[in-house]
Design a protein. Structure first.
Length: 278
């Protein structure tokens, strides 16, 4: 448990560092905007010279209080950890200022970095508050992918910033947000997505026991009857991550090489701890 928590804190800290690098070294020197609270942070810096770390901490803390009503306590605490470290990294002095006439380069690289950082933070069950808090709420209750939901709220801030950063930089900002959202979704699908697994086998009992021992969770047996043979045969049904799926496929094959395995992607899974142990 301690090792798992430490790993999550490390990923969140690393994601916060990458996010701060994207802002301080790519977006601000190119005078690009951002979405959500980060977009308000850059606007406050461009217009009033308010330090980015200060705006980030104050506004995100307010949104985190809103999230208390909708999100789990663990998510709130991990998000607070992300906000603190992001503010610290934003406050660090910039070692090298990157300038280029090819503004598409910082746009693409900045979008990639923010997407990777959000993937790391969200996979660790945290967030940097801001629009990701709202994105998590929509994902939890409506099943909308977090990256897409976050993009919606980000654009609501980024597009009006045209009056401050200009039309061309606003277009580049929208492109950067799109790249970030796509990479965030890819990262979540690859490392944090949930899979529904259905297995039909003559060795359902031994396979169910092996899966339960391997994943430390229960599985469900659905009673089914084959139309052609008219024989009753249970279907093993359970939910796991893509990472766990790679672990259990060899276990299933060892118990029954002829087993039929069906996998499906799911957008959102909600259950109490008691149900997941059934």
């Amino acid at each position: 448990m301690i090792i798992k928590t430490a790993r999550k804190l490390f990923y969140i800290t690393l994601g916060s560092l990458l996010y701060a690098i994207s802002i301080n070294y790519l977006l601000i020197p190119t005078r690009l905007g951002e979405g959500g609270v980060t977009g308000l942070t850059t606007i406050a810096f461009y217009t009033l010279q308010i330090p980015t770390y200060l705006t980030n901490f104050v506004l995100n803390s307010i949104l985190l209080l809103i999230g208390l009503k909708y999100l789990k306590r663990k998510t709130i605490l991990l998000s607070l950890w992300a906000i603190i470290w992001l503010s610290i990294f934003l406050k660090l002095p910039v070692i090298y200022t990157y300038h280029t006439q090819q503004t598409i380069i910082p746009t693409i690289v900045g979008g990639a970095l923010t997407g990777i950082s959000m993937g790391l933070i969200l996979n660790a069950e945290g967030s940097i508050a801001g629009s990701t808090i709202l994105g998590r709420i929509l994902n939890q209750y409506l099943g909308i992918p977090i990256g897409s939901a976050t993009l919606f709220f980000d654009l609501a801030v980024a597009i009006p910033s045209v009056f401050i950063i200009g039309f061309e930089n606003t277009i580049l900002t929208v492109l950067e947000l799109y790249i970030s959202a796509k990479i965030t979704n890819i990262a979540l699908e690859r490392f944090g997505s949930k899979k529904v697994i259905q297995i039909i086998s003559s060795h359902s009992s031994s396979i169910s026991q092996a899966i339960s021992d391997s994943l430390g969770q229960g599985v469900t047996l659905l009673q089914a009857t084959g139309f052609y043979s008219q024989s009753a045969k249970p279907i093993i049904y359970f939910v796991c991550t893509s990472k766990n799926l790679a672990r259990i496929i060899p276990i299933i094959a060892a118990a029954d090489p002829a087993a039929l395995i069906i996998t499906e992607n799911v957008r959102s899974v909600r259950a109490t701890e008691i149900y997941r142990l059934l």
